[in-house]
Design a binder for this molecule. Structure first.
Ligand code: HAM
Length: 423
C-alpha cells in the first residue's frame, strides 16, 4: 500500500507477531543475566560526540564513517550511540561514590546506530543486549561474561557456535606489537590500499579489517599478537584458557582477532555462527581496563560483551527455533449482539482480575470471523455468548485444540472457569 512516508534505509519495523517474538528473546536474555547477578542499566541514546571519538578511537570505522552525528540547538556536537560500552562507563563513573559496591555487574538492551552499508545482519539501527562488569581485574570476570553469553545462547536453543579468543596485550606490550606491525606493513606499503596506507600512521591494527584482497593477503603474513605479549599477559591468558577448559567451554584461538574498537586490552573474544554460509559474529567483547583512565576517570578495570539482536533473531528463525511464538491467549469471549457485548465486557474484566488472559471483539465482527481471529491469535478456548446463552443461563466454551465444548453457568462464569483451569 502506498503511503507518504517510508522508513529510513537500514532500519526495521518489527510488527506482531515478530514483536512478541523479540520480547520473548529479550526476556530469556534478561532473566538469564539476572540469574547470574546482573542488574539492568538504562542510559540515554544521545551522548556528546567526543565520548565515542575518544573511546572507539579516531581511526576506527565507527568514528571515521559510521556515526550519526549532528549539532543540537546549542551547537554542541552530539551522536546517537553506536554502542553502549562508552555510555555505560560514563554513567558508572559519573555516579561513583564511596558507597559503590564492586564488582558492578550490569546488563542493558536497546538500539544502536551505525551508518553502515545495509546487508543481511547489518543494519543502521540495530539492537544490542550487553553485559559489563566493572571493578574486577581478575580474569574470572571475563570468564563470568563468557559463561553467561554461552548460557544465553544455549537457553535460546543455539548450540553450534564457535567461540574465538585472542590475547592482544596490555598497555605496555601492546605498543611493542603495534611498532612491530607498523614496521611490517611499512615494508609492504606499496601493495597496501590508500586507506591502509593512512592506517599505518593512525592505527595499523585496522589493516586487519580491510576487505581489499591485496591487503588481506599481506595481513596473512603479519606478526601475531600472541608472540609479542609480555610474560604477565601470557600467564593470564594461559590461566584463562584453563578456566574455560574446566568450565567445559570449547574455543579456538584466533591470533588475528583485534576487534573494531580501540579500547580493548588483554582479552578479546567473539561468538561466531554460520550466517547464510558465511561466518558472522553474533556476540563480541573483551577487556577494556584502560578506558576509564583514558577518559579522565579513575582506574577502573572492566570487561564485557554485546549481542546483536537482529542476527540472533534471524538465526532463531533460520533454525526454526521457537517458530510458533504468538500472542497466546487463554480465552476469547465471542459475542453476537449488543446485550451479549455488555456481558462479554463484564466477564473479561472478571477473568482479567483473576489473572486469566482474555479478550473480546473490538471491531464489530460477525461470529465466524471472531472465531477465525481467536484461532489465529492462538486462543486456547472460545466462549460464545448470544441470546440462547442469556436465556438458558449456560455458556459453552470450545476447546480449540480438541473442539470439545464444556458448559459453565453464565452467572459466575469467571470463577468457574478459573477453577476449571486450575484442575
Ligand atoms: P561490536 O562488536 O561492535 O561490539 O558489536 C557487538 C555486536 O553487535 C556484534 O557482534 C554484532 O552482532 C552486533 N552488530 C554490530 N554492528 C551491527 C550492525 N550494523 N547491524 C546489526 N548488528 C550489529 C560492541 O559494540 C562492544 N560495545 C561490545 C562490548 C561490550 N565490549 C565490551 N563490552
Amino acid at each position: 500500500m502506498s503511503f507518504l512516508f517510508n522508513r529510513l534505509r537500514g532500519m526495521q519495523d518489527i510488527l506482531p507477531p515478530e514483536g512478541d517474538f523479540w520480547r520473548k528473546v529479550e526476556s530469556v536474555m534478561l532473566s538469564c543475566a539476572e540469574f547470574y547477578g546482573f542488574s539492568f542499566i538504562r542510559i540515554p541514546i544521545l551522548e556528546f560526540t567526543e565520548l565515542f571519538d575518544r573511546s572507539a578511537g579516531d581511526s576506527s570505522d565507527i568514528v571515521q564513517k559510521e556515526m550519526y552525528t549532528f549539532s543540537d540547538k546549542s551547537g554542541r556536537s552530539v551522536t546517537l550511540r553506536p554502542e553502549f560500552t562508552a555510555g555505560v562507563l560514563r554513567a558508572v563513573v559519573n555516579e561513583l561514590s564511596g558507597n559503590t559496591v564492586f564488582p558492578l555487574k550490569l546488563m542493558y538492551f536497546g538500539p544502536c546506530y551505525r551508518y553502515e552499508k545495509p546487508q543481511v545482519g547489518r543494519y543502521r539501527e540495530f539492537f544490542q543486549f550487553g553485559l559489563e562488569i566493572f571493578g574486577g581485574s581478575s580474569n574470572l570476570a571475563d570468564l563470568e561474561i563468557i559463561l553467561l553469553a554461552n548460557q544465553i545462547l544455549l537457553e535460546l536453543g543455539i548450540g553450534d557456535f564457535n567461540l574465538e579468543i585472542n590475547a592482544i596485550g596490555c598497555s605496555d606490550c601492546r605498543q611493542i606489537y603495534l611498532d612491530e606491525i607498523r614496521s611490517f606493513f611499512g615494508r609492504n606499503r606499496d601493495s597496501l590500499c590508500e586507506t591502509c596506507n593512512n592506517r599505518l600512521s593512525t592505527n595499523p591494527l585496522r589493516i586487519f579489517d580491510c576487505k581489499n584482497d591485496d591487503c588481506k593477503k599481506i595481513s596473512e603474513n603479519a606478526p601475531h599478537t600472541i608472540d609479542f605479549i609480555c610474560e604477565n599477559c601470557k600467564t593470564k591468558f594461559e590461566t584463562f584458557k584453563k578456566f574455560l577448559d574446566i568450565s567445559n567451554i570449547s574455543y579456538d584461538i584466533n591470533t588475528r582477532m583485534v576487534r573494531g574498537l580501540d579500547y580493548y586490552t588483554n582479552l578479546v573474544f567473539e561468538f561466531i555462527l554460520d550466517f547464510d554460509g558465511k561466518p558472522l559474529t553474533i556476540c563480541g567483547g573483551g577487556r577494556y581496563d584502560g578506558l576509564s583512565k583514558s577518559l579522565g576517570g579513575p582506574d577502573l578495570p572492566a570487561t564485557g560483551c554485546a549481542f546483536g539482536i537482529e542476527r540472533l533473531i534471524k538465526l532463531l528463525h533460520d533454525k526454526e527455533i521457537c517458530q510458533n511464538i504468538q500472542n497466546n491467549g487463554i480465552v476469547y469471549v465471542a459475542c453476537i449482539d449488543e446485550e451479549s457485548k455488555i456481558l462479554a465486557v463484564d466477564i473479561v474484566c472478571k477473568l482479567r482480575s483473576l489473572g486469566i488472559k482474555s479478550d473480546y471483539d473490538l471491531v464489530d465482527r460477525g461470529l465466524k470471523s471472531q472465531m477465525r481471529y481467536a484461532n489465529k491469535m492462538g486462543y486456547k478456548y472460545v466462549a460464545v455468548i448470544g441470546q440462547e446463552e442469556i436465556n438458558s443461563g449456560v455458556i459453552g466454551v470450545k476447546d480449540m485444540s480438541s473442539s470439545e465444548v464444556i458448559s459453565f453457568k453464565l452467572s459466575n462464569f469467571a470463577e468457574e472457569f478459573d477453577k476449571f483451569l486450575k484442575n
